[in-house]
Design a protein around this ligand. Structure first.
Ligand SMILES: *Cc1c(COP(=O)(O)O)cnc(C)c1O
Length: 359
């Protein structure tokens, strides 16, 4: 066994779901399982969250919605597609019973036309300042002034998305909250959803009827640093291939990126950027081995990386080294590599063998 592996802990996922449930009060949790469940495997993730009580899920792409519907089989889940009613997607959305989150006036028109003589469920995305997807405030007014645009649609839910929820001091969230209240006041009757994971930690005013947590279900802290209520769901580890002694003055890896100031014991680990360990983990990155953090030495290459195991007797070929997870929080590994837990998770590569625990 010389592969890196990804250990997906479904009990930890369930624990995070319940930690967020506690924060959410009466607010429904509709997990974001886009990008194949943040890279961890949407079928397993949705399956377990369904068991814990989740009934609504968010994906980004149409194809993800179709795959999730198939994975959930005859379970009566509500699946929202954040891309909305993109051109040519109508029949597929309708056929798979997916609810598009309509992002623009043309999308509203297309979905209303798709309903033909019947009725279709829809969600609506209003932009409150992020300027990514969604109707601008003036477009919401246009819509409200011409409600026949919605005549064949059951508008189930209005959502918006927070740009700075992971920075509680930012005035942006309160600004977006006020704009969301204004926009949704024009659309009474529809349920409301504003908070992502971090939004759930901003307080009751942000909760509304439904929240859409992603990253904190998967072990990332709401502020990009570890949080005591959130536990690790994904652990990436890889075996040591070789232990060597590097004499003072010699270097390790491509570009001779690190030179030994003294005689150093080095373990060569079977993980690299082709497994999802960022190349930028050098020079600040660490790994966990034998009860302690160990420095990464030199550049991460495609298949290999090196760690400092001076003063450690347990290192031998086959022993497993953790790159992030249970012992080394994903947020810390991400920060050391200049990235986020979101990117670390979604970049875990297929070469890392998946092991699911806690079924
Ligand atoms: C991805 C996404 C979420 C989930 O956000 P997290 O920060 O992972 O909790 C919620 N809403 C929308 C619109 C998203 O795109």
């Amino acid at each position: 066994m010389t592969e890196a592996r990804l250990i997906l802990d479904l009990d930890a996922l369930a624990a995070n779901y319940w930690a967020l449930r506690k924060r959410a009060g009466d607010t429904e949790l509709a997990p974001a399982v886009k990008a194949d469940g943040y890279g961890l495997g949407a079928p397993e993730i949705a399956d377990r969250l369904w068991l814990e009580g989740a009934r609504s899920f968010y994906v980004a792409r149409l194809s993800e919605g179709v795959a999730l519907r198939r994975a959930l089989g005859d379970r009566d889940a509500t699946i929202y597609v954040l891309d909305g009613a993109t051109p040519g997607s109508g029949d597929t959305l309708e056929g798979a019973g997916l609810i598009p989150v309509l992002n623009s006036l043309p999308q509203i028109e297309a979905w209303n036309a798709q309903a033909r003589a019947g009725r279709l469920k829809a969600a609506l995305h209003v932009d409150t300042g992020m300027n990514r997807l969604g109707l601008r405030p003036e477009e919401v007014k246009v819509l409200v002034g011409a409600t026949d645009r919605l005549r064949r649609l059951d508008l189930d839910l209005v959502i918006s998305h927070l740009a700075c929820a992971d920075t509680p001091d930012s005035p942006m969230s309160a600004h977006q909250l006020a704009r969301f209240e204004e926009a949704t006041a024009l659309l009474p009757g529809a349920r409301r959803s504003l908070a992502n994971s971090a939004g759930l930690f901003l307080g009751e005013a942000y909760r509304f009827d439904q929240a859409r947590p992603g990253i904190s279900l998967y072990g990332g802290g709401p502020e990009g640093v570890p949080h005591p209520e959130i536990c690790a769901v994904a652990t990436v580890e890889a075996p040591i291939l070789q232990v060597r002694v590097v004499p003072r003055g010699e270097s390790v890896g491509y570009g001779a990126g690190w030179t030994a100031p003294d005689t150093t014991r080095v373990a060569i680990v079977a993980a690299g950027y082709a497994d999802g360990v960022p190349r930028a983990s050098h020079p600040n990155g660490q790994a966990w081995f034998d009860g302690a953090r160990r420095r990464l030495l030199g550049r991460v290459s495609m298949d290999l990386l090196a760690i400092d195991i001076t003063d450690c007797d347990a290192a031998r070929p086959g022993a497993m080294v953790e790159l992030f997870g249970r012992n080394l929080p994903i947020d810390e590994a991400a920060t050391a590599a200049g990235t986020s837990a979101y990117e670390l998770l979604t970049r875990i590569a297929p070469r890392a063998r998946r092991v699911v625990v806690g079924r």
